[in-house]
Design a protein around this ligand. Structure first.
Ligand SMILES: CC(=O)CC(=O)SCCNC(=O)CCNC(=O)[C@H](O)C(C)(C)COP(=O)(O)OP(=O)(O)OC[C@H]1O[C@@H](n2cnc3c(N)ncnc32)[C@H](O)[C@@H]1OP(=O)(O)O
Ligand SMILES: NC(=O)C1=CN([C@@H]2O[C@H](COP(=O)(O)OP(=O)(O)OC[C@H]3O[C@@H](n4cnc5c(N)ncnc54)[C@H](O)[C@@H]3O)[C@@H](O)[C@H]2O)C=CC1
Length: 287
């Protein structure tokens, strides 16, 4: 598999130091580019691996905008991109089989010391880790969008995660400037278990015609104090990601009506209207 990467050497304004210095982020989309940025700006050496050259360019310019200068490197294979890595954070598409394929190859390519983490929104960390031989060095690091702004990091432990790995992940979260909470490997961890059904209920309200998208958004901003309304937020997160979450949970828990699929969202994804990142979702955006 041909992959491309950028190497970002740390800024000198480093805050906390910890054992993890070299970080590889796999996937340079919405989340991966943000994770790479916060890691770089807190003094880590970051390699960003992305299969799509256009997205890599976009990530590079967004990071460059924030940080000033970026050193580039072209990677031909995964082995090279991870060979010195203390920590690999995966932020690729929300599909279990694709994450499995990636982690299987990373497990062979990465040194024994390397800790693996997934930024998955909704999949089981234990299931993702099951294809590797390093479950003791595996955990969830769930960031929030936009990564440079959102202060929370959910650190997810599976039963096999060693105490040493858990402590290293918590310390690294702190070192990249986040407030860490710990949670078990349950669907959606803390935030998404509450947020995803809330967004889906708002979409269903709009589908029933109880209120318009705009009015639902205004209502939740002015009536409940949220920074964004739920329909805006669905566009912001990306409908491909949210639909994958709902589909996965609906399959696993068909009796729970909160996890039912929203037909209007399925239609948007079929039309390639993924939200802010594609220029259109429930609303239209200037690209
Ligand atoms: C799906 C999952 O698994 C989990 C998730 O991520 S769920 C989604 C979680 N995220 C949310 O709920 C986001 C809710 N929205 C918000 O908090 C806010 O609307 C927002 C932070 C995105 C934008 O805030 P805003 O006040 O409306 O806009 P704006 O004035 O442009 O930005 C505020 C600040 O954030 C910064 N900012 C906004 N987006 C940024 C980005 N992508 N990168 C860096 N900085 C950014 C701005 O530069 C600005 O900084 P200053 O105050 O220093 O100038
Ligand atoms: N969008 C959001 O608000 C949040 C998403 N997440 C999770 O983060 C992960 C990524 O989501 P987004 O950044 O939103 O998606 P995205 O679609 O913006 O980015 C994913 C990127 O991964 C790349 N990719 C796919 N396979 C790859 C591979 N094998 N190697 C390297 N790159 C590869 C794609 O080209 C794409 O650029 C998902 O697991 C998602 O559930 C977590 C928190 C918030």
């Amino acid at each position: 598999m041909a992959t491309f990467g950028i190497l970002r050497r740390s800024l000198s304004t480093t805050t906390t130091r910890n054992a993890i210095k070299n970080v590889t982020v796999i996937g340079g989309g919405l989340m991966g580019s943000g994770i790479a940025q916060v890691a770089a700006q807190t003094g880590h050496n970051v390699t960003l691996v992305e299969v799509n050259a256009d997205i890599l360019k976009k990530a590079e310019s967004s990071i460059a905008n924030s940080l000033g200068r970026v050193a580039k490197k072209l990677y031909k294979d995964d082995a090279k991109a991870v060979k010195d890595s203390d920590l690999i954070v995966e932020a690729i598409v929300e599909k279990l089989e694709i994450k499995h394929k990636l982690f299987k190859s990373l497990d062979e390519a990465a040194p024994t010391k390397t800790i693996f983490a997934s930024n998955t929104s909704s999949l089981s960390i234990g299931e993702i880790a099951s294809v590797t031989n390093r479950k003791d060095r595996f955990g969830g690091l769930h960031f929030f969008n936009p990564v440079p702004v959102m202060k929370l990091l959910e650190v997810v432990r599976i039963p096999e995660t060693s105490e040493e790995t858990y402590q290293a992940l918590m310390a690294w979260g702190k070192a990249v400037g986040k407030t860490c909470i710990t949670c078990k490997d349950t669907p959606g961890f803390v935030v998404n278990r509450l947020l995803v059904p809330y967004i889906a209920e708002a979409i269903r309200m709009m589908e029933r015609g109880d209120a318009s998208a705009r009015d639902i958004d205004i209502a939740m901003k002015l009536g409940a104090g949220y920074p964004m309304g739920p329909i805006e937020l669905a566009d912001y997160v990306g409908h491909d990601t949210t639909l994958s979450i709902s589909e996965g949970w609906h399959k696993k828990f068909p009796e729970n009506p909160l996890f039912n699929i929203c037909e209007s969202q399925r239609k948007l994804v079929q039309q390639g209207k993924l939200g802010v990142k594609s220029g259109e979702g429930y609303y239209k955006y200037n690209k």
